[in-house]
Design a binder for this molecule. Structure first.
Ligand code: G6P
Length: 606
């Protein structure tokens, strides 16, 4: 989604705006632009495509000025063209926006009727026009901003320059995140702490409806009603401000390799390692819960599906998992004694947030499993369950997925104990198994050479099928999603038992079929599916463990042997081969691994 940066600086801002925009690239975008106050006038530079295109524009025509705003745009209203790139200017106002203004068509018509002409197809330009006309009535900038915001419906984070107000940037947030950064004689606005990270680690997270004026000397924050308010300024951990690729070629590759450490951190937050019992923060009474409702999108939804397998099997506690964009609109039947869990790496996904709020409005208790602990979801729930895996930059989620599974596994064990389904000795056994996961995940990452060989085959395919049973079924969905996302090869994940009900028609000698089959209670059935596929000329890539390899039907084209593990942690151990396969296929195909086309890291519009 779009990213915003604003700097009221003491020195020229062009290069610093670009540095921040690069940090916002992970959110996904298709054009970029900056604007700055130069000699009392606001000047813009914009470019379609990547930031390097904007850098080329700046090399030809540098932008002076020490007060400026910048934006990466992920197109919603209007094509990803130069004309639609932010910042947008109307009269004295130049601004950048993340979000969607729902009543923009009506506002645009009204403004056109007063003689306003529009240069772009965006909803953003309408905000600039509205603010400019409020200023023309003689209102001071902050009063004009308030009058403008009162007329908008929808979601926004804004960064605004006003011609004639040289040392001022205004901002506002409703539905989309915005932080204020405090420097030394300089002030910043950004979509997140990462954006302002190179300049300061002292930030303030604006609340819903807040708007702000920043100058060289500080920030004046107002709440939705226009009352001045104080918001806490916190020092963010270095990890939020320092995100580097290290020795890896891509963030995704680094993040796959971060997983053993990430899982370790996550597990340590949910178990007492000494006594080997679970220690779940937040005081949820699992014994008296009637049901869990998980809402999520994308990879987080698939993690939620795994949660259902884990929690229902271990704790005998019913779990519903639903794609948030469906859930929020279909008037689902809810149970008052249920707990809603929003699963979200970013904590900002618009549909997940709406589904969460829907449940809260019906009186349900709420929890959020999030990576971004300062996110809107984290701030709005009764219980926050952080995943502690550090900032995830690659658009395709990897380490957040395994960290989410760690949290869900710990919750499942804790719920099983609280509900009397397991005794203390079994709880300790399961916790010790979970504590083995980081080491086994590291071993599983070492399969990369075997996976690289498979990737050569898969990179030539047009379609790929992923099959699995039990918890390997959600994982087959994740494997297929990863491949689609970054290599643009069509892939489908299926419950292996469904093979005969449709997907088998796709099997031919050109379709690789990845079968996920640890040597567990489902193994024989998965092996039968493998035979059915091979009998029809299908090329099987069998991912199993040493015992499974011994019992595998002869004839699998490729066998990848994962480390042997307890079924409890198989979803964690079998994740890296899926991720690495997608990664290496994408690299072989020369695709943009960290910023796949059309995708955004954090989808803050519905
Ligand atoms: C986008 C990302 C996915 C992510 C999904 C949900 O589609 O590209 O990687 O799984 O959003 O995001 P969330 O932040 O809610 O987990």
């Amino acid at each position: 989604m779009c990213g915003i940066i604003g700097i009221v600086g003491a020195t020229p801002v062009q290069d610093r705006l670009i540095e921040s925009l690069k940090r916002l690239e992970y959110r996904g975008y298709d054009s970029a632009g900056i604007a700055a106050v130069v000699g009392g006038k606001v000047e813009r530079r914009r470019a379609e495509g990547k930031i390097r295109a904007l850098e080329a524009v700046l090399a030809a025509a540098p932008l002076g000025g020490s007060v400026g705003i910048g934006h990466t745009r992920w197109a919603t209203h209007g094509a990803p063209s130069l004309r639609n790139a932010h910042p947008h200017t109307q009269g004295r106002v130049t601004l950048v926006h993340n979000g969607i203004i729902e009543n923009y068509a009506e506002l645009r018509e009204r403004l056109q009727a007063t003689g306003r002409a529009f240069e772009s197809e965006t909803d953003t330009e309408v905000i600039a026009a509205l603010l400019d006309s409020e200023l023309a009535t003689g209102l001071a900038p902050i009063a004009a901003l308030k009058a403008t915001l009162d007329q908008l419906s929808g979601a926004y984070a804004l960064g605004v320059l006003v011609e004639g107000e040289d040392g001022l940037i205004m901002g506002a947030r409703r539905g989309s995140p915005l932080v204020v950064g405090y420097g030394d004689g300089e002030m910043f606005l950004g979509s997140d702490a990462l954006a302002v990270g190179p300049f300061t680690n002292r930030v303030c997270y604006l609340e819903e409806g807040d708007f702000v004026a920043i100058t060289h000397t500080g920030a004046k924050i107002f709440d939705q009603a226009g009352q001045p308010v104080e918001r806490p300024v916190r020092t963010v951990p270095a990890s939020a401000a320092l995100v580097e690729k290290g020795n890896y070629r891509h963030f995704m590759e680094k993040e796959i390799h971060d997983q053993p450490e990430g899982c370790q951190r996550t597990i340590a937050a949910y178990v007492d390692t000494l006594s080997a019992i679970t220690a779940i923060p937040g005081g949820v009474d699992f014994a008296n819960l009637g049901r869990i409702q998980i809402v999520a999108c994308g990879t987080s939804y698939i993690a939620g599906l795994l949660g259902k397998y884990l929690i229902e099997q271990l704790a005998d506690l019913p779990v519903d998992v639903e794609i948030a964009s469906e859930f929020r609109y279909r008037q689902p039947a809810l149970q008052a004694d249920a707990l809603v869990i929003a699963m979200s790496q970013s904590g900002e996904t618009a549909d997940t947030l709406a589904a969460l709020r829907y449940c809260q409005a019906k009186g349900m208790r709420s929890a959020a499993v999030v990576n971004a602990v300062e996110s809107t979801m984290a701030r709005e729930v009764d219980v926050v369950w952080p995943i502690h895996c550090g900032p995830e930059i690659g658009v395709a989620s990897t380490k957040a997925f395994t960290a989410q599974i760690c949290v869900l596994t710990a919750l499942a064990v804790a719920a099983a104990r609280a509900r009397g389904r397991i005794d203390e000795a079994e709880e300790q056994r399961l916790v010790r198994v979970l504590l083995e996961a980081p080491r086994l995940v590291a071993e599983s990452i070492e399969l990369k050479e075997a996976v690289q060989r498979v990737a050569v085959e898969v990179s030539k395919a047009r379609d790929v099928l992923y099959l699995g049973r039990g918890p390997m079924y959600p994982l087959s969905l994740e494997g297929a999603l990863k491949l689609k996302e970054i290599s643009y090869i069509h892939a489908e994940g299926y419950a292996a038992g469904e093979l005969k009900h449709g997907p088998i028609a796709l099997v031919d000698e050109n379709t690789p079929i990845v079968i996920l089959a640890p040597f567990d209670s489902y193994f024989e059935k998965s092996a039968s599916n493998m035979n059915e596929v091979m009998a029809r000329g299908g090329q099987v890539i069998f991912i199993t463990d040493p015992e499974g390899q011994k019992h595998a039907p002869a004839g699998a084209r490729v066998v990848v042997t994962a480390p042997r593990c307890d079924p409890l942690i198989a979803p964690l151990v079998y994740s890296p081969p899926m991720q690495l396969l997608a990664y290496h296929v994408a690299v072989l195909k020369g695709a943009d691994v960290d910023q796949p086309r059309n995708l955004a890291k954090s989808v803050t519009v519905e």
